[in-house]
Design a protein. Structure first.
Length: 86
């Protein structure tokens, strides 16, 4: 019962939490193949990180970014360690 109350209160509390990975920014581009597929330039900017197979014509239904990339700007550890530094 106590755990459920704590979980419920956690859902009500405001949060600025987000998931972070150790990735270097590859570039800043006006490309968004999910929202504006094939549109160059996209009406908004994105910081491009991760796999090198990101491109304007990639289809979100069939493009497997992980399998098609030959390198990444991210570093991952084998274990996820929670760090509260904010």
């Amino acid at each position: 019962m106590k755990a459920a109350l704590v979980a419920a209160l956690g859902l009500l509390a405001p949060s600025d939490a987000l998931l972070r990975f150790g990735c270097a920014k590859s570039s800043v581009q006006r490309l968004d193949p999910l929202v504006n597929p094939g549109v160059n330039p996209s009406p908004h900017l994105h910081q491009i990180i991760g796999g090198n197979s990101f491109n304007i014509s990639m289809s979100p239904e069939s493009h497997d970014l992980v399998k098609l990339s030959t390198c990444t700007s991210c570093q991952f550890s084998e274990d996820l360690v929670s760090q509260a530094k904010h």
